[in-house]
Design a protein around this ligand. Structure first.
Ligand code: MG
Length: 284
């Protein structure tokens, strides 16, 4: 008898699950159709909606010219007055950015003086460090792919000096409310939403949705400073550490947050052609 009761319960359970799985939940949110984007042929190649910043041929996307050597862009030698940081002409908010870099094949110096550069968002405020971190100890939050002086990479995914490496960065811009100071008074900056950064180094996730604490100064604690919502992206021509090469640089503009439209109707259960309203949610 017990066995029969068990079987009956099992059958009822299966039947119930069957009925439940024949219906699905509709939240009533009018999602937009996600755009079709053709992925690049090889990993790291720009997809169809990418804005090309450097494809090996020219500096039209930048505010100045560095040198082009073997299809790569590289800052002039140390001591050359033209060795200056390079900024995009276009201003960007939140982006997915891809770039490839190679540290100097000939190793000179050590620590922060070996292949130092950096990619900056917020126009020289938020640095993802570029460094030759292959068997080159330095402070962890100054290693390659760190958020400079704020967050070390999870792992050191560096390739050898001279080898091409990739950085893929997701930067979500901060939302700041700025009260402009009167003459001589400082601006007051309110952080409505901090910036977030995610970094893949050579395809390896090394920084995951890190909440930026503010500008990545090297000589003082981070603090958010007033800046426009959209700002140039900058590549650092560091004063020391040899000449870092760059190639295949592109960005895609992305939404600042996961913006979900308001529902345009109450949620419901769809069962065949039948729409069954859901009870209102419990008040919180
Ligand atoms: Mg740097």
């Amino acid at each position: 008898m017990f066995k029969n009761v068990t079987l009956f319960a099992l059958a009822a359970f299966i039947l119930t699950v069957g009925v439940v799985s024949a219906q699905d939940w509709r939240h009533g949110i009018p999602w937009q159709t996600p755009a079709v984007v053709t992925p690049g042929e090889r990993l790291g190649a720009p997809p169809s909606d990418a804005i090309i910043l450097f494809d090996g041929t020219d500096f039209s996307a930048w505010d100045r010219e560095w040198l082009i050597e073997g299809g790569a862009m590289v800052a002039p030698e140390r001591g050359n007055p033209a060795r200056r940081d390079i900024r995009t002409r276009q201003a960007f908010g939140s982006v997915q950015l891809h770039l490839e870099f190679a540290s100097p094949a000939e190793v000179t110096g050590g620590g922060q003086s070996r292949g130092n550069s950096g990619i900056f968002f917020g126009d020289n405020r938020y640095e993802v460090q570029i460094l030759d971190s292959f068997e080159n100890p330095t402070y962890y939050d100054g290693m390659c792919a760190s958020i400079y002086k704020q967050m070390p990479p999870f792992v050191n995914a560096s390739r050898r000096p001279g080898e091409w490496q990739t950085l893929d960065i997701i930067f979500n811009r901060p939302e700041l409310r700025i009260e402009r100071g009167a003459d001589g008074a400082r601006d007051v900056v309110y952080v409505i939403r901090p910036a977030y950064v995610t970094v893949f180094h050579n395809g390896v996730l090394v920084v995951n949705h890190f909440e930026l604490k503010g500008s990545t100064f090297f000589n003082r604690p981070p603090v958010y400073e007033a800046h426009e919502p959209k700002t140039p992206i900058l590549i650092q021509a560091h004063g020391s550490g040899g000449r870092v090469k760059f190639r295949n640089i592109w960005v895609r503009e992305i939404p600042d947050t996961n913006m979900i439209p308001e529902p345009n109707r109450p949620p419901f259960i769809q069962r065949g052609n039948e729409e069954i309203p859901l009870p209102p949610p419990n008040p919180r």
